[in-house]
Design a protein around this ligand. Structure first.
Ligand SMILES: [Zn+2]
Length: 123
């Protein structure tokens, strides 16, 4: 039974795509080598750019929570403004649609960045 983290990595030896497990992500974060599941050769992550990417993967859930709070705030404020008569109904609907499209767009970009495999180096 293996637990997937949803993060992909590409092996430097056999070029196989690995579905990385949480303990492998921990090993990479600590710069410890681990064995490839296909060719059993040691792998590690020591390219600064890839390490930076590994760190941003963890912030995905935070980004999502932050965006939901932001969108809810904008929607509530625009609804309140419409309710007290400072904002027209069509404008309020426009703002709501814009916020929704913005949220979906940012999440799509973040998800695509997360799906790109990490390039692992020989350990
Ligand atoms: Zn391999």
């Amino acid at each position: 039974m293996t637990v997937s983290s949803g993060v992909l990595g590409r092996c430097a030896h056999c070029q196989a795509l690995l579905d990385l497990e949480p303990w492998q992500l921990n090993a990479m974060a600590m710069q410890e080598p681990f064995a490839c599941k296909h060719c059993h050769k040691p792998l590690k992550l020591d390219c600064p750019e890839q390490i930076k990417r590994l760190k941003t993967l963890g912030s995905f859930a935070t980004l999502r929570a932050l965006l939901i709070v932001l969108c809810a705030t904008v929607l509530l404020v625009s609804l309140t403004l419409q309710w007290i008569g400072l904002l027209e109904r069509s404008l309020q609907l426009g703002i709501s649609a814009l916020v929704l499209v913005g949220y979906l767009l940012v999440m799509a970009i973040a998800r695509r960045r997360q799906r790109r495999p990490l390039l692992l180096q020989a350990g």
